[in-house]
Design a protein around this ligand. Sequence first.
Ligand SMILES: C[S@@+](CC[C@H](N)C(=O)[O-])C[C@H]1O[C@@H](n2cnc3c(N)ncnc32)[C@H](O)[C@@H]1O
Length: 216
Amino acid sequence: MNFKIWFDEVLSKLDKRAISFKKIIKYLDDLPDPIIILETGCLRKIDNFSGDGQSTLIFDKYTQSRGNGSRVYSVDINEQNVNLCKSLVSDKVYLKKEDSVKFISDFHNQVGYNNKLSLLYLDSFDVNWDYPLESSAHHLKELTASIPYINKNTLVVVDDAPINLLGYRDEKNNFKFIKDASVGGKGYLIHEYARSVNADLFFSHYQVGYKNIVKS
Ligand SMILES: C[S@@+](CC[C@H](N)C(=O)[O-])C[C@H]1O[C@@H](n2cnc3c(N)ncnc32)[C@H](O)[C@@H]1O
């Protein structure tokens, strides 16, 4: 199977995530083998490209196209979701049913401490858009546990993390964005952390991506 042809077809179904998935794959294309991806929150519904993204399937096909030891690790707390995902991806994907923070804290058992991630893709704990703090705190815990496995070139992506449309009405009642707008949803607290450590914002769409979260 030719990944590029398959991915071009998928892009048209990815809706609000198409632009960032394109950037993710382009970024990975420029990294050396092996590509190592750690994902939290696996595919849970067949063909749900515009709803959830089908990330596990995309990463599976991509790493297979790279070969040379490239691989995907994915963790999900829900057994049914893990089983469904297993039925849709290749046996090259290492999938585990566990809490993501626990899984990441034991991740040295999978890769040791010397192999660093090419991509850390955080998409677990569903976000309550009226109260994103809980989900956003869980994703910050995932990033914290992942620090030993990332380096400055690791692309860190958080799904469901659109820019907060913070703004105000001017004297003519026109809506104005506040210049230093923030990121919301699952990425709310990670974005605050990324800003504090002067990480590079790689993209900000419906998903947010950073490089240089750690400096070496
Ligand atoms: C939005 S879905 C993931 C979608 C998937 N990344 C995709 O693109 O199709 C979120 C998943 O996170 C899982 N989840 C929720 N809390 C979790 C936790 N604490 N640890 C691991 N997985 C969790 C849910 O069971 C659910 O399957």
